[in-house]
Design a protein around this ligand. Sequence first.
Ligand code: FCB
Length: 453
Amino acid sequence: MTDSDTPRFPPGFIWGAATSSYQIEGAVDAHGRGPSIWDTFCATPGKVSGGATGAVACDHYHLWERDVDLMARLGLGAYRFSVAWPRVIPNGTGAIEPRGLDFYDRLVDALLERGIAPYATLYHWDLPQALQDAGGWPERGIVDAFVSYADAVTARLGDRVAGYATLNEPWCAAYLGYAAGEHAPGLRDHALSLRAAHHLLLAHGSALEVMRANAPRAQHGIVLNLIPAHPASSAPDDVAAAQRFDGFFNRWYLDPLLRGHYPEDVWEGYGDLVPEVRDGDLERISAPIDFLGVNYYNRTIMAHDPDAPWPSLRQVPFTTPPTDMGWEVYPEGLTEILLRVQRDYAPPPMLVTENGAAYPDTLRDGVVDDAARVAFFEGHVAALHDAIRQGADVRGYFAWSLLDNFEWQHGFDMRFGLVYVDYDTQARIPKRSAAWYAGLIERQRDAAAAVMP
Ligand code: FCB
Protein backbone atom coordinates (compact mmCIF):
# COMPACT_ATOMS: atom_id res chain seq x y z
CA MET A 1 0.00 0.00 0.00
CA THR A 2 1.63 3.26 -1.01
CA ASP A 3 0.85 6.59 0.57
CA SER A 4 -1.68 7.49 -2.06
CA ASP A 5 -3.55 4.14 -1.80
CA THR A 6 -3.95 4.43 1.96
CA PRO A 7 -7.65 4.78 2.65
CA ARG A 8 -8.40 7.68 4.97
CA PHE A 9 -10.10 6.73 8.20
CA PRO A 10 -12.17 9.22 10.21
CA PRO A 11 -10.13 11.52 12.46
CA GLY A 12 -9.90 10.03 15.94
CA PHE A 13 -10.07 6.46 14.65
CA ILE A 14 -8.27 4.23 17.17
CA TRP A 15 -5.30 2.13 16.02
CA GLY A 16 -4.13 -0.43 18.53
CA ALA A 17 -2.81 -3.90 19.17
CA ALA A 18 -4.11 -6.64 21.46
CA THR A 19 -2.79 -9.38 23.75
CA SER A 20 -4.16 -11.43 26.64
CA SER A 21 -2.85 -12.21 30.09
CA TYR A 22 -2.24 -15.96 29.93
CA GLN A 23 -0.78 -15.71 26.45
CA ILE A 24 1.99 -13.25 27.35
CA GLU A 25 2.48 -12.71 31.07
CA GLY A 26 4.22 -15.86 32.36
CA ALA A 27 5.12 -15.48 36.06
CA VAL A 28 2.32 -17.83 37.05
CA ASP A 29 3.51 -18.07 40.66
CA ALA A 30 4.41 -14.43 41.18
CA HIS A 31 2.90 -12.23 43.88
CA GLY A 32 0.23 -14.61 45.09
CA ARG A 33 -1.32 -15.47 41.71
CA GLY A 34 -3.53 -18.54 42.06
CA PRO A 35 -3.65 -21.34 39.49
CA SER A 36 -5.93 -20.96 36.48
CA ILE A 37 -7.69 -23.56 34.38
CA TRP A 38 -5.06 -23.00 31.69
CA ASP A 39 -2.23 -23.94 34.08
CA THR A 40 -4.10 -27.17 34.81
CA PHE A 41 -4.94 -27.84 31.16
CA CYS A 42 -1.32 -27.29 30.06
CA ALA A 43 -0.14 -29.70 32.76
CA THR A 44 -2.43 -32.41 31.37
CA PRO A 45 -0.45 -34.56 28.92
CA GLY A 46 -1.58 -34.38 25.31
CA LYS A 47 -3.63 -31.19 25.58
CA VAL A 48 -1.18 -28.58 24.28
CA SER A 49 1.20 -28.94 21.35
CA GLY A 50 4.75 -29.73 22.44
CA GLY A 51 3.66 -29.84 26.10
CA ALA A 52 3.95 -26.03 26.10
CA THR A 53 2.64 -23.93 28.98
CA GLY A 54 2.14 -20.26 29.73
CA ALA A 55 4.46 -20.47 32.76
CA VAL A 56 6.95 -18.09 31.12
CA ALA A 57 5.44 -17.18 27.70
CA CYS A 58 6.72 -13.67 26.81
CA ASP A 59 7.58 -12.95 30.44
CA HIS A 60 5.60 -9.76 30.03
CA TYR A 61 4.93 -9.68 33.78
CA HIS A 62 8.58 -8.75 34.19
CA LEU A 63 9.27 -7.08 30.84
CA TRP A 64 6.13 -4.95 30.65
CA GLU A 65 7.96 -1.62 30.69
CA ARG A 66 10.02 -2.57 27.67
CA ASP A 67 6.85 -3.75 25.96
CA VAL A 68 5.11 -0.46 26.62
CA ASP A 69 8.13 1.37 25.17
CA LEU A 70 7.85 -0.83 22.12
CA MET A 71 4.19 0.11 21.71
CA ALA A 72 5.13 3.77 21.92
CA ARG A 73 7.79 3.30 19.23
CA LEU A 74 5.14 1.74 16.96
CA GLY A 75 2.95 4.76 17.57
CA LEU A 76 0.01 2.73 18.90
CA GLY A 77 -2.92 4.85 20.00
CA ALA A 78 -4.40 2.07 22.14
CA TYR A 79 -3.47 -1.23 23.73
CA ARG A 80 -5.95 -3.98 24.52
CA PHE A 81 -4.78 -6.34 27.27
CA SER A 82 -6.61 -8.64 29.64
CA VAL A 83 -6.55 -8.82 33.41
CA ALA A 84 -5.82 -12.22 34.96
CA TRP A 85 -8.59 -13.02 37.43
CA PRO A 86 -6.25 -15.41 39.36
CA ARG A 87 -3.83 -12.54 40.00
CA VAL A 88 -6.56 -10.33 41.43
CA ILE A 89 -8.65 -12.87 43.35
CA PRO A 90 -6.42 -15.97 43.51
CA ASN A 91 -9.19 -18.26 44.79
CA GLY A 92 -11.80 -16.89 42.43
CA THR A 93 -13.86 -15.54 45.33
CA GLY A 94 -12.83 -13.91 48.58
CA ALA A 95 -9.59 -12.12 49.30
CA ILE A 96 -8.24 -9.62 46.78
CA GLU A 97 -4.49 -9.81 46.11
CA PRO A 98 -3.36 -6.17 45.98
CA ARG A 99 -0.05 -7.05 44.34
CA GLY A 100 -1.96 -8.48 41.37
CA LEU A 101 -3.86 -5.21 40.95
CA ASP A 102 -0.62 -3.25 41.38
CA PHE A 103 0.71 -4.81 38.20
CA TYR A 104 -2.20 -3.55 36.07
CA ASP A 105 -2.20 -0.23 37.88
CA ARG A 106 1.41 0.41 36.86
CA LEU A 107 0.76 -0.85 33.33
CA VAL A 108 -2.17 1.51 32.88
CA ASP A 109 -0.21 4.51 34.15
CA ALA A 110 2.74 3.69 31.91
CA LEU A 111 0.42 3.48 28.89
CA LEU A 112 -1.19 6.80 29.74
CA GLU A 113 2.21 8.46 30.17
CA ARG A 114 3.01 7.48 26.60
CA GLY A 115 -0.34 8.59 25.22
CA ILE A 116 -1.63 5.04 24.66
CA ALA A 117 -5.27 4.45 25.61
CA PRO A 118 -5.70 1.34 27.79
CA TYR A 119 -8.47 -1.13 26.84
CA ALA A 120 -8.90 -3.87 29.44
CA THR A 121 -10.71 -7.18 29.02
CA LEU A 122 -11.75 -8.73 32.30
CA TYR A 123 -12.05 -12.34 31.15
CA HIS A 124 -9.86 -13.78 28.42
CA TRP A 125 -10.25 -17.42 29.50
CA ASP A 126 -7.89 -17.77 32.50
CA LEU A 127 -10.52 -18.75 35.08
CA PRO A 128 -9.22 -19.34 38.62
CA GLN A 129 -8.94 -23.12 39.05
CA ALA A 130 -10.79 -22.89 42.38
CA LEU A 131 -13.90 -21.72 40.52
CA GLN A 132 -13.66 -24.58 38.05
CA ASP A 133 -13.33 -26.96 41.00
CA ALA A 134 -16.68 -25.57 42.16
CA GLY A 135 -18.21 -26.35 38.73
CA GLY A 136 -16.95 -23.43 36.62
CA TRP A 137 -19.12 -21.49 34.18
CA PRO A 138 -21.94 -24.09 34.14
CA GLU A 139 -22.69 -23.21 37.80
CA ARG A 140 -24.86 -20.14 38.26
CA GLY A 141 -22.98 -19.06 41.38
CA ILE A 142 -20.08 -17.97 39.18
CA VAL A 143 -22.05 -14.91 38.14
CA ASP A 144 -21.67 -13.30 41.59
CA ALA A 145 -18.00 -14.22 41.65
CA PHE A 146 -17.48 -12.43 38.33
CA VAL A 147 -19.33 -9.33 39.54
CA SER A 148 -17.07 -9.13 42.63
CA TYR A 149 -14.00 -9.55 40.45
CA ALA A 150 -15.20 -6.87 37.99
CA ASP A 151 -15.81 -4.60 40.98
CA ALA A 152 -12.27 -5.13 42.30
CA VAL A 153 -10.64 -4.35 38.95
CA THR A 154 -12.74 -1.35 37.99
CA ALA A 155 -12.58 0.11 41.52
CA ARG A 156 -8.78 0.13 41.24
CA LEU A 157 -8.28 1.11 37.59
CA GLY A 158 -11.38 3.31 37.27
CA ASP A 159 -11.61 5.83 34.49
CA ARG A 160 -7.94 5.56 33.61
CA VAL A 161 -9.02 2.68 31.37
CA ALA A 162 -10.71 3.97 28.22
CA GLY A 163 -12.71 0.82 27.54
CA TYR A 164 -13.58 -2.25 29.55
CA ALA A 165 -14.75 -5.45 27.88
CA THR A 166 -16.33 -7.93 30.26
CA LEU A 167 -15.60 -11.05 28.19
CA ASN A 168 -13.52 -12.11 25.25
CA GLU A 169 -15.25 -14.52 22.84
CA PRO A 170 -17.77 -16.31 25.05
CA TRP A 171 -18.31 -18.85 22.23
CA CYS A 172 -14.73 -20.09 22.67
CA ALA A 173 -14.91 -20.14 26.46
CA ALA A 174 -18.18 -22.10 26.40
CA TYR A 175 -17.92 -24.30 23.33
CA LEU A 176 -14.21 -25.01 23.02
CA GLY A 177 -13.86 -25.31 26.80
CA TYR A 178 -16.96 -27.32 27.76
CA ALA A 179 -18.20 -29.05 24.56
CA ALA A 180 -15.24 -29.62 22.23
CA GLY A 181 -12.63 -30.18 24.95
CA GLU A 182 -10.02 -28.25 22.94
CA HIS A 183 -9.61 -25.47 25.48
CA ALA A 184 -9.47 -25.49 29.28
CA PRO A 185 -11.17 -27.02 31.21
CA GLY A 186 -11.29 -29.62 28.42
CA LEU A 187 -14.80 -31.00 28.98
CA ARG A 188 -17.02 -32.56 26.32
CA ASP A 189 -20.61 -32.01 27.27
CA HIS A 190 -22.88 -29.93 25.10
CA ALA A 191 -25.51 -29.22 27.75
CA LEU A 192 -22.81 -28.03 30.15
CA SER A 193 -21.40 -25.79 27.46
CA LEU A 194 -24.78 -24.12 26.89
CA ARG A 195 -25.13 -23.51 30.62
CA ALA A 196 -21.62 -22.05 30.56
CA ALA A 197 -22.58 -19.76 27.68
CA HIS A 198 -25.70 -18.54 29.51
CA HIS A 199 -23.77 -17.79 32.69
CA LEU A 200 -21.01 -16.05 30.76
CA LEU A 201 -23.60 -13.74 29.23
CA LEU A 202 -25.34 -13.28 32.56
CA ALA A 203 -22.02 -12.46 34.23
CA HIS A 204 -21.39 -9.86 31.53
CA GLY A 205 -24.76 -8.17 31.98
CA SER A 206 -24.68 -8.40 35.76
CA ALA A 207 -21.27 -6.75 36.07
CA LEU A 208 -22.10 -3.67 34.01
CA GLU A 209 -23.78 -1.78 36.83
CA VAL A 210 -20.84 -1.90 39.20
CA MET A 211 -18.41 -1.28 36.36
CA ARG A 212 -20.26 1.89 35.38
CA ALA A 213 -20.41 3.03 39.00
CA ASN A 214 -16.65 2.57 39.40
CA ALA A 215 -15.67 3.95 36.00
CA PRO A 216 -18.45 6.28 34.84
CA ARG A 217 -16.42 7.88 32.06
CA ALA A 218 -15.06 4.63 30.61
CA GLN A 219 -16.78 2.77 27.77
CA HIS A 220 -18.17 -0.66 28.71
CA GLY A 221 -18.77 -3.50 26.30
CA ILE A 222 -18.09 -7.08 25.29
CA VAL A 223 -15.99 -8.80 22.63
CA LEU A 224 -17.48 -11.46 20.34
CA ASN A 225 -15.82 -13.49 17.62
CA LEU A 226 -18.02 -13.47 14.55
CA ILE A 227 -17.76 -15.66 11.46
CA PRO A 228 -19.73 -15.11 8.26
CA ALA A 229 -21.07 -18.46 7.07
CA HIS A 230 -21.51 -19.12 3.36
CA PRO A 231 -23.40 -22.09 1.92
CA ALA A 232 -21.36 -24.64 -0.05
CA SER A 233 -23.96 -24.51 -2.85
CA SER A 234 -27.26 -22.87 -3.62
CA ALA A 235 -29.10 -26.07 -2.64
CA PRO A 236 -31.70 -25.25 0.03
CA ASP A 237 -30.10 -27.79 2.43
CA ASP A 238 -26.75 -26.03 2.26
CA VAL A 239 -28.31 -22.60 2.57
CA ALA A 240 -30.10 -23.79 5.70
CA ALA A 241 -26.83 -25.29 7.00
CA ALA A 242 -25.08 -21.91 6.71
CA GLN A 243 -27.98 -20.31 8.59
CA ARG A 244 -27.68 -22.92 11.34
CA PHE A 245 -23.96 -22.23 11.70
CA ASP A 246 -24.71 -18.53 11.89
CA GLY A 247 -27.27 -19.27 14.60
CA PHE A 248 -25.07 -21.55 16.63
CA PHE A 249 -21.99 -19.35 16.37
CA ASN A 250 -23.06 -15.70 15.91
CA ARG A 251 -26.73 -15.23 16.76
CA TRP A 252 -26.60 -17.28 19.98
CA TYR A 253 -24.58 -14.35 21.40
CA LEU A 254 -25.69 -11.36 19.33
CA ASP A 255 -29.43 -11.94 19.83
CA PRO A 256 -29.53 -12.12 23.65
CA LEU A 257 -27.06 -9.24 23.99
CA LEU A 258 -28.64 -6.89 21.47
CA ARG A 259 -32.26 -8.10 21.20
CA GLY A 260 -32.91 -9.63 24.59
CA HIS A 261 -33.82 -13.15 23.45
CA TYR A 262 -32.17 -16.33 22.23
CA PRO A 263 -32.72 -17.13 18.53
CA GLU A 264 -35.77 -19.38 18.30
CA ASP A 265 -34.50 -21.63 15.51
CA VAL A 266 -31.34 -22.46 17.45
CA TRP A 267 -33.23 -22.89 20.72
CA GLU A 268 -35.47 -25.46 19.01
CA GLY A 269 -32.53 -27.14 17.34
CA TYR A 270 -30.82 -27.74 20.68
CA GLY A 271 -33.89 -29.49 22.08
CA ASP A 272 -33.23 -30.76 25.62
CA LEU A 273 -29.75 -29.26 25.74
CA VAL A 274 -30.93 -25.69 26.33
CA PRO A 275 -29.94 -23.99 29.59
CA GLU A 276 -32.24 -22.89 32.39
CA VAL A 277 -33.11 -19.24 31.84
CA ARG A 278 -34.70 -17.50 34.81
CA ASP A 279 -37.01 -14.51 34.80
CA GLY A 280 -35.03 -11.34 34.38
CA ASP A 281 -31.92 -13.04 32.94
CA LEU A 282 -32.42 -11.74 29.44
CA GLU A 283 -33.10 -8.19 30.65
CA ARG A 284 -29.79 -8.30 32.46
CA ILE A 285 -27.93 -9.81 29.50
CA SER A 286 -29.28 -7.15 27.16
CA ALA A 287 -28.40 -4.20 29.41
CA PRO A 288 -27.10 -1.37 27.21
CA ILE A 289 -23.41 -1.41 26.25
CA ASP A 290 -21.24 1.39 24.90
CA PHE A 291 -19.36 -0.64 22.32
CA LEU A 292 -19.41 -4.03 20.68
CA GLY A 293 -15.99 -5.58 20.11
CA VAL A 294 -15.76 -7.77 17.01
CA ASN A 295 -12.92 -10.24 16.51
CA TYR A 296 -12.63 -11.33 12.90
CA TYR A 297 -10.30 -13.95 11.48
CA ASN A 298 -12.09 -15.83 8.70
CA ARG A 299 -15.34 -17.03 7.18
CA THR A 300 -16.63 -20.57 6.90
CA ILE A 301 -18.26 -22.51 4.06
CA MET A 302 -20.92 -24.92 5.26
CA ALA A 303 -22.75 -27.90 3.81
CA HIS A 304 -25.61 -29.92 5.25
CA ASP A 305 -24.48 -33.16 6.87
CA PRO A 306 -27.41 -35.39 7.82
CA ASP A 307 -25.08 -37.76 9.74
CA ALA A 308 -23.69 -35.08 12.09
CA PRO A 309 -25.52 -34.21 15.33
CA TRP A 310 -27.43 -30.92 15.34
CA PRO A 311 -26.55 -28.39 13.84
CA SER A 312 -25.76 -31.09 11.19
CA LEU A 313 -22.90 -29.31 9.49
CA ARG A 314 -19.86 -30.16 7.43
CA GLN A 315 -17.20 -27.56 6.73
CA VAL A 316 -16.23 -27.40 3.07
CA PRO A 317 -12.55 -26.75 2.28
CA PHE A 318 -11.54 -23.52 0.57
CA THR A 319 -9.00 -23.40 -2.21
CA THR A 320 -6.71 -20.43 -1.51
CA PRO A 321 -3.47 -20.75 0.54
CA PRO A 322 -4.32 -20.97 4.26
CA THR A 323 -2.60 -19.24 7.17
CA ASP A 324 -0.57 -21.38 9.55
CA MET A 325 -3.74 -22.01 11.58
CA GLY A 326 -5.32 -23.50 8.46
CA TRP A 327 -7.65 -20.49 8.21
CA GLU A 328 -8.77 -18.91 4.98
CA VAL A 329 -7.61 -15.37 4.18
CA TYR A 330 -10.90 -13.64 3.37
CA PRO A 331 -10.86 -9.87 3.96
CA GLU A 332 -14.30 -9.36 2.35
CA GLY A 333 -15.72 -11.28 5.30
CA LEU A 334 -14.80 -8.40 7.60
CA THR A 335 -16.80 -5.94 5.50
CA GLU A 336 -19.67 -8.41 5.34
CA ILE A 337 -19.89 -9.16 9.05
CA LEU A 338 -19.60 -5.51 10.15
CA LEU A 339 -22.30 -4.38 7.72
CA ARG A 340 -24.52 -7.26 8.67
CA VAL A 341 -24.27 -6.52 12.41
CA GLN A 342 -24.88 -2.84 11.68
CA ARG A 343 -27.95 -3.63 9.57
CA ASP A 344 -29.51 -6.41 11.65
CA TYR A 345 -28.74 -5.20 15.16
CA ALA A 346 -28.19 -1.40 15.07
CA PRO A 347 -25.45 -1.97 17.67
CA PRO A 348 -23.56 0.63 19.68
CA PRO A 349 -20.31 1.74 17.99
CA MET A 350 -18.13 -1.23 17.09
CA LEU A 351 -14.42 -1.81 17.54
CA VAL A 352 -12.53 -4.49 15.66
CA THR A 353 -10.86 -5.84 18.78
CA GLU A 354 -8.81 -8.58 17.06
CA ASN A 355 -7.70 -9.36 13.53
CA GLY A 356 -4.48 -10.98 12.38
CA ALA A 357 -2.77 -14.06 10.99
CA ALA A 358 -0.23 -16.71 11.96
CA TYR A 359 2.55 -17.44 9.50
CA PRO A 360 5.74 -19.48 9.93
CA ASP A 361 8.07 -16.52 10.42
CA THR A 362 11.81 -16.87 10.21
CA LEU A 363 14.39 -14.60 11.71
CA ARG A 364 17.24 -14.05 9.23
CA ASP A 365 20.08 -11.63 9.91
CA GLY A 366 17.98 -9.96 12.56
CA VAL A 367 15.03 -9.42 10.20
CA VAL A 368 11.59 -11.03 9.92
CA ASP A 369 10.27 -10.27 6.45
CA ASP A 370 6.64 -11.30 6.93
CA ALA A 371 5.27 -10.21 3.57
CA ALA A 372 2.24 -12.49 3.85
CA ARG A 373 1.18 -10.86 7.11
CA VAL A 374 1.60 -7.39 5.63
CA ALA A 375 -0.64 -8.43 2.74
CA PHE A 376 -3.17 -9.87 5.23
CA PHE A 377 -3.33 -6.60 7.18
CA GLU A 378 -3.49 -4.44 4.05
CA GLY A 379 -6.43 -6.45 2.78
CA HIS A 380 -8.29 -6.32 6.06
CA VAL A 381 -7.68 -2.62 6.69
CA ALA A 382 -9.06 -1.92 3.19
CA ALA A 383 -12.05 -4.18 3.94
CA LEU A 384 -12.66 -2.33 7.21
CA HIS A 385 -12.56 0.97 5.36
CA ASP A 386 -15.14 -0.36 2.91
CA ALA A 387 -17.42 -1.33 5.78
CA ILE A 388 -17.17 2.16 7.30
CA ARG A 389 -17.75 3.79 3.92
CA GLN A 390 -20.90 1.70 3.51
CA GLY A 391 -22.27 2.67 6.89
CA ALA A 392 -20.79 0.47 9.62
CA ASP A 393 -20.07 2.56 12.71
CA VAL A 394 -16.60 1.25 13.60
CA ARG A 395 -14.38 3.42 15.78
CA GLY A 396 -11.16 1.43 16.11
CA TYR A 397 -9.01 -1.50 15.04
CA PHE A 398 -6.69 -3.68 17.13
CA ALA A 399 -4.19 -5.97 15.45
CA TRP A 400 -3.80 -9.42 16.96
CA SER A 401 -1.22 -9.51 18.29
CA LEU A 402 1.41 -7.13 19.57
CA LEU A 403 3.74 -10.06 20.30
CA ASP A 404 4.15 -13.65 19.22
CA ASN A 405 2.72 -15.56 22.17
CA PHE A 406 1.22 -18.71 23.67
CA GLU A 407 -1.49 -19.69 21.20
CA TRP A 408 -3.63 -21.92 23.45
CA GLN A 409 -3.73 -25.57 22.35
CA HIS A 410 -1.11 -24.80 19.68
CA GLY A 411 1.45 -23.73 22.27
CA PHE A 412 4.22 -21.65 20.71
CA ASP A 413 3.82 -23.13 17.22
CA MET A 414 1.75 -20.22 15.93
CA ARG A 415 3.24 -16.76 15.54
CA PHE A 416 0.64 -13.98 15.33
CA GLY A 417 2.82 -11.05 16.45
CA LEU A 418 3.70 -7.78 14.81
CA VAL A 419 6.78 -8.32 16.94
CA TYR A 420 8.80 -11.54 16.85
CA VAL A 421 9.67 -13.06 20.22
CA ASP A 422 12.78 -15.18 20.68
CA TYR A 423 11.54 -17.37 23.53
CA ASP A 424 15.09 -18.34 24.60
CA THR A 425 16.32 -14.80 25.12
CA GLN A 426 13.00 -12.91 25.32
CA ALA A 427 14.34 -10.55 22.64
CA ARG A 428 11.58 -8.62 20.82
CA ILE A 429 12.22 -8.05 17.12
CA PRO A 430 9.65 -5.94 15.28
CA LYS A 431 8.70 -7.70 12.02
CA ARG A 432 8.22 -5.94 8.71
CA SER A 433 4.49 -5.91 9.52
CA ALA A 434 5.24 -3.81 12.62
CA ALA A 435 6.99 -1.21 10.44
CA TRP A 436 4.09 -1.35 7.99
CA TYR A 437 1.54 -0.83 10.80
CA ALA A 438 3.57 2.02 12.33
CA GLY A 439 3.65 3.66 8.89
CA LEU A 440 -0.10 3.29 8.45
CA ILE A 441 -0.77 4.84 11.86
CA GLU A 442 1.54 7.73 11.13
CA ARG A 443 -0.08 8.45 7.77
CA GLN A 444 -3.53 8.38 9.34
CA ARG A 445 -2.39 10.85 12.01
CA ASP A 446 -0.85 13.14 9.42
CA ALA A 447 -4.03 13.02 7.36
CA ALA A 448 -6.17 13.78 10.41
CA ALA A 449 -3.89 16.67 11.38
CA ALA A 450 -4.11 18.06 7.84
CA VAL A 451 -7.91 18.33 8.02
CA MET A 452 -7.94 20.01 11.42
CA PRO A 453 -8.74 23.73 11.19
C1 FCB B 1 -8.81 -15.46 19.27
C2 FCB B 1 -8.41 -15.27 20.71
C3 FCB B 1 -6.97 -14.85 20.89
C4 FCB B 1 -6.06 -15.55 19.92
C5 FCB B 1 -6.59 -15.41 18.51
C6 FCB B 1 -5.70 -16.03 17.48
O1 FCB B 1 -9.86 -16.36 19.19
O2 FCB B 1 -9.23 -14.31 21.33
O3 FCB B 1 -6.61 -15.08 22.22
O4 FCB B 1 -5.93 -16.86 20.29
O5 FCB B 1 -7.85 -15.99 18.42
